[in-house]
Design a protein around this ligand. Structure first.
Ligand SMILES: [Zn+2]
Ligand SMILES: [Zn+2]
Ligand SMILES: [Zn+2]
Length: 654
């Protein structure tokens, strides 16, 4: 079933924060600002009828709408003194391009005056939760050298969130939020029309034609130039929007943005190649046609594939970050409770060069974020439907439920799920899906003929074997216990491949490669050996007890409950034994909390699951004032006391 409205509704309720302008009156009486020792000597400059600039610790731009105004960044807050001369009685919003102190050091003054503040979605924590950032920021052993040290020292209440690719509405105005990482990983550019001109407020993405304000801000990791790579990509997207005036945070407004951006791209590109010994920019990565209807991109963080039908509809297999630089640096910049940032890539290229008209369906090879962190974007901005193997559904729709490797911290809706061995048709193509465990329990292998080739999409199950002569002929595989792997998982997936005899394997990383039967047989042999090793090494006769850290688990793993309220959870047991298993579980909780029943008793059939429900009662006071606490479960299995072998976390929102 396809229903745009319910999907949109689902995404809306799933997204965490909505804009909520403060309603209280703004206090016009100036107070002493203990945070500002100095004041800028500059004067307000009129750029056009309703656009002004004040050179403060950063440029502060003011857009006027009658007697109201919105400010882009805030500097020391000095601009508030100029409002009477412009006949402005109220500032409706401060919109920040990024989190650096020079942009927002006056914000406490705005808070005192009830001026609501909106911030980039992926830097929200560096305003609202700045004090927590400072408690956790590593200074010793510093290799992550990114300049998030330029974060404000006290929490700033955030009233609105500026989400990538969305339009922020202020009165009758739409302000488009373009993600422009570079100067910071979470930075945005705000694009809107002022006095008939398309204006881009680009923060510190660039300073002036061919110049940047700082180089050190674009270095995130030891010796790296990641921010430079991102800035080139961001500037290229900004240039495509054809702004007529560029308003940077430092430097004078740029009246000819196209040539100014072009020169900056050229110089940054040269600098990047110099520093990386000829490294390829993300902006230079392009997909290629394996065959006319089968397009591959192997330079993205995980490979992604587009099958493009005669009608121009595309099915994407995976769609993650634009490059390894994007994935790893957005990941490092993501707070523990949020999702990784996503910036759109390559869809225009597929349209221009490969006949794509729409992204109809997106299918994840498996449930890992590097392969599908673009899916919510495809749903929201391209109307794509998501189809997947059935055991992935709950992980996508309820990612808080699980503690597995590489989940995405944003739920999204699945439109159709398939069983092991199910065949289906999409456009002129016929598919068969099989369960393909090993790399993770939550992975498919998808078989289809495209342009005469028998292709298998196998996610991260198998990779091409190393070049001879070292090669034993076997495909490479990997092993991550947190992904849920059992002793014969890998064997199941190689046997699927042997049964279907594809001639082309399209892996989750790297280019599609030709495969023959002897490679597959050698792989099966190797994986039989792996199974033997598991049995030799694990003390328990059932090796899964030494391979699955979550054979007893609390579900959901990340619970949410308001302080003083109750929530339901489950204890889930996977019995790997060939005999029934009796399990008793008691939750270990903060002072003042309780669980019903006090001891949960379960009996799991041989090699089967069992689950039992509990009710968790919390106290009105948050334990130690914390918004997230851990709980554990004390476990007895078949009369043996195993102790607190499993756990979960509980979020306590206000
Ligand atoms: Zn800055
Ligand atoms: Zn992967
Ligand atoms: Zn993976």
């Amino acid at each position: 079933m396809r229903n745009h409205f319910s999907r949109r509704g689902f995404l809306k309720t799933a997204s965490a924060v909505a804009a909520a302008p403060a309603a209280a009156a703004q206090n016009p009486s100036p107070r002493t600002n203990r945070r500002a020792a100095f004041s800028p000597s500059s004067h307000l400059e009129k750029l056009s009828e309703n656009l002004y600039r004040l050179e403060d610790t950063c440029n502060v731009y003011l857009i006027r709408d009658g007697n109201r105004a919105a400010l882009i960044d805030f500097g020391s807050g000095k601009i508030l003194d100029s409002l009477p001369q412009l006949g402005i009685s109220r500032v409706d919003w401060i919109l920040h391009t990024h989190h650096h102190r020079d942009q927002c050091q006056g914000d406490p003054l705005a808070v005192e005056r009830n001026i609501p503040i909106a911030v980039p979605a992926h830097e929200r924590h560096l305003f609202a939760d700045a004090e927590n950032f400072w408690r956790n920021r590593r200074v010793y052993h510093l290799y992550y050298v990114r300049n998030d040290f330029y974060t404000i020292t006290e929490n700033i209440p955030v009233a609105g969130v500026l989400r990538d690719y969305e339009k922020f509405r202020w009165n009758n105005r739409e302000i488009f939020v373009l993600p422009t990482p570079g100067h910071t990983p979470g930075a945005i550019t705000l694009v809107t029309t002022v006095d008939g001109k398309k204006v881009a407020f680009s923060g510190d993405l660039m300073h002036s034609a061919g110049k940047v304000h700082t180089l050190y801000d674009m270095q995130y990791n030891y010796g790296g130039s990641e921010g430079v790579d991102m800035a080139v990509f961001s500037l290229s997207r900004l240039r495509e929007l054809k702004p007529e005036l560029l308003c940077p945070s430092h430097g004078a407004p740029v009246p000819d943005p196209d040539s100014g951006i072009g020169l900056t791209i050229d110089r940054l590109s040269e600098y990047y190649r110099f520093q990386t010994g000829g490294g390829q920019l993300t902006e230079a990565n392009r997909p290629y046609a394996v065959s006319p209807r089968f397009i591959a991109h192997h330079q993205t963080t995980s490979s992604f594939y587009a099958i493009i039908s005669r009608s121009g509809k595309a099915m994407f297999i995976d769609y993650g970050s634009a490059s390894g630089v994007y994935f790893s640096n957005f990941l490092n910049a993501t707070p523990a409770t949020d999702r990784i940032r996503f910036v759109e890539h390559n869809i225009d290229t597929l349209r221009q060069r490969h006949g794509l008209k729409s992204v109809d369906v997106a299918m994840p090879s498996h449930m890992h974020d590097d392969h599908m962190n673009g899916f919510p974007h495809l749903i929201r901005h391209h109307g794509a439907r998501v189809w997947c193997y059935e055991n992935m559904v709950d992980i996508f729709q309820n990612p808080r439920g699980h503690n597995l490797g590489c989940t995405l911290g944003e739920p999204f809706k699945v439109d159709r799920a398939f069983r092991h061995g199910e065949r289906f048709k999409w456009e002129e193509f016929e598919f068969e899906m099989t369960h393909s465990p090993g790399h993770t329990e939550y992975q498919m292998a998808l078989f289809v003929s495209i342009d005469g080739a028998r292709v298998a999409f196998t996610g991260d199950a198998f990779f091409t074997n190393p070049a001879a002569p070292q090669s034993d002929g076997a495909l490479r595989h990997n092993l991550i216990f947190r992904n849920h792997v059992e002793s014969d998982s890998h064997l199941k997936s190689i046997r699927n491949i042997l049964d279907h005899e594809p001639n082309l394997i399209a892996p989750g990383h790297g280019k599609p490669f030709l495969v023959n039967r002897s490679d597959l047989v050698a792989t099966e042999e190797k994986l039989r050996k792996q199974k033997d090793l598991f049995h030799q090494l694990v003390a328990d006769p059932e090796p899964e007890f030494g391979m699955d850290p979550s054979w007893v688990k609390i579900y959901p793993y990340q619970m949410v409950v308001k302080p003083g309220e109750t929530t339901r959870g489950e204890i889930r047991v996977q019995n790997y034994r060939p005999a029934p298993m009796k399990v008793e579980v008691a939750l270990v909780l903060p002072e003042g909390w309780s669980a019903e029943p006090g001891v949960l008793r379960l009996e799991a059939a041989p090699r089967a699951h069992a689950r039992g429900e509990f009710l968790l009662r919390t106290s009105r006071e948050r334990p130690h004032g914390q918004s997230r606490v851990a709980i554990a479960a004390d476990v007895m299995a078949d009369g043996r006391y195993l102790g607190q072998i499993t756990e979960a976390v509980v979020d306590l929102p206000a």
